[in-house]
Design a protein. Structure first.
Length: 180
């Protein structure tokens, strides 16, 4: 008689968080991570000093929420794969960022954000807003769009990027809408 023992395997999931605008690791503010388990209460963690997070589990999947004061909340679901580490691009919450700069009198940070946006958006970029109820589109020049992104209005909070294309590290096409 042969007896087989099944030893449960442990899967390791490893993620590093990248700011989608800057294409750099998010290291200045830790990302809050909420592991969602099917049969247990959520488990709370944070990214480390290099903007990464590792989770070991017997499950063959992971589902978690990422949150940050200056990035949009997102829910991530991954199954096991051969990848050892995955870079996750997290969208910047420009509204929260601009409010922070204005509320704390951080004029230099606000000016730096404008310079950063100017650097990542090509001078001849095609930028347009899809208007609600199929009313058409509105075109923006680079400077007009940067002004829109650096003024903390309610509409900034509701901007949703539909499509963006990059060439040589710069945005050359940007299509967005204001969610209603």
């Amino acid at each position: 008689m042969t007896i087989y023992f099944l030893i449960p395997t442990e899967n390791t999931f490893s993620f590093c968080f990248i700011d989608q605008d800057r294409n750099l690791p998010i290291t200045k503010i830790p990302i809050d991570i909420i592991i969602l388990n099917d049969e247990e209460s959520p488990f709370y963690s944070k990214s480390d000093s290099i903007g990464c997070f590792t989770w070991k589990t017997k499950d063959d999947y992971i589902r978690f929420v990422v949150q940050s004061p200056y990035h949009k909340t997102d829910t991530i679901y991954r199954t096991t794969s051969s990848d050892r580490r995955e870079d996750l691009h997290i969208k910047t919450d420009d509204y929260a960022l601009m409010l922070h700069y204005y509320a704390n009198g951080k004029v230099n940070d606000w000016q730096n954000r404008r310079k950063e946006l100017s650097r990542i958006i090509a001078n001849d970029a095609t930028i347009f807003q899809v208007l609600p109820q199929r009313l058409g589109i509105e075109m923006y020049a680079k400077d007009e769009f940067i002004n829109k992104l650096t003024t903390p209005t309610q509409s900034l909070k509701d901007i949703e990027i539909i499509e963006s294309r990059r060439l040589n590290g710069q945005i050359v096409k940007l299509k967005f809408r204001i969610k209603s």
